[in-house]
Design a binder for this molecule. Structure first.
Ligand code: CO
Length: 294
């Protein structure tokens, strides 16, 4: 009991990132907060994209077949739908509320093609880096439909979808990820608060995409990525009007990292190897035969 910390350190906002408008894939316009000239990465997060538009011209070109190695790519849809296909033999539609957590490991080829829907396309993609010992792991794919993502009413009035990590003993839908991530979608009605413990030393960030929140005395409008300082808990409040945000945290890898397009490896040599594998047709080490069941 004596060793229990009686006072919890609340994480403050260390930095606010204004998303940059970029075009990626075959011409998808999106808001990028990590993997920009101002913020290359936030160990272990190597990309943070928020795509969202009512205009199909902004997204229909999609992301035709492309490779990944050395990372995990995580897609979370809020609205609209995306058809995906990959070299493991998976094919399906990611719909509103679904998550696709793809561990690229040794190499995967995939495409992600949005549909022109009656409503807007809205969602997120993040990249989580893999540690040295898992860079070349067998690709794995966790396709989680919306109904399998636990949703709960937290004390303080927040409605929380637990994609990864746990809230009040409720385990997220995505598990066994090396970096021990939390990935929460938090809806705060006006005046509500949400407090969430985050392991000391883990990287933590918030992405506010609706309304505004207050974090340790600082107002964070949308759309903004807020990088949090160290501490034991994050505490957010919606001071005026409804707000919605993602709460993300993970253990930093603290390893050398070299990024080249869709690859993040430890060394330049490993990047050269990835490019040479692509040229020689030996990039994909695991094919459809080992595709996991959904
Ligand atoms: Co991709």
């Amino acid at each position: 009991m004596a060793s229990e910390r009686l006072v919890k350190d609340v994480r403050a906002v260390k930095d606010l990132v204004v998303p940059a408008m970029v075009s990626d894939g075959a011409g998808v316009r999106l808001k990028r907060s990590i993997a920009t000239p101002t913020l290359d990465h936030l160990d272990p997060f190597f990309l943070f994209d928020n795509f969202g538009s009512e205009n199909p011209d902004d997204y229909l070109a999609g992301f035709p077949m492309h490779p990944h190695r050395g990372i995990e790519t995580v897609t979370y849809m809020l609205d609209g739908s995306v058809t995906h296909r990959d070299s493991l033999g998976n094919q399906g539609i990611i719909q509103a509320g679904d998550v696709q957590w793809m561990t690229a490991g040794s190499g995967i080829l995939h495409e992600e093609m949005p549909h022109a829907g009656p409503r807007r396309l809205d969602g997120f993609q993040i990249w989580v880096n893999l540690p040295r010992q898992l860079k070349m792991t067998t690709p794995r794919y966790q396709d989680v439909s919306s109904v399998r993502i636990p949703e709960l009413d937290a004390p303080g009035g927040a409605r929380v979808r637990v994609i990864a990590g746990s809230v009040d003993g409720v385990e997220g839908a995505v598990r066994e990820i090396f970096a021990g991530p939390s990935y929460l979608d938090v809806a705060l009605p006006s005046g509500a608060t949400f407090e969430h413990p985050i392991t000391r030393g883990h990287t933590a960030l918030l992405y506010v995409f609706r309304g505004q929140v207050e974090v340790a005395g600082k107002t964070v409008p949308s759309p903004r990525l807020a990088i949090l300082g160290d501490g034991d808990v994050v505490r957010v409040r919606a001071p005026a009007g409804d707000a919605r945000l993602l709460v993300l945290s993970a253990q930093p890898l603290e390893e050398p990292a070299v990024r080249y397009g869709p690859f993040v490896m430890n060394t330049e040599d490993e990047i050269r190897q990835a490019l040479s594998d692509l040229r020689q047709g030996t990039f994909v080490k695991t094919g459809p035969a080992s595709a996991p069941a959904r």
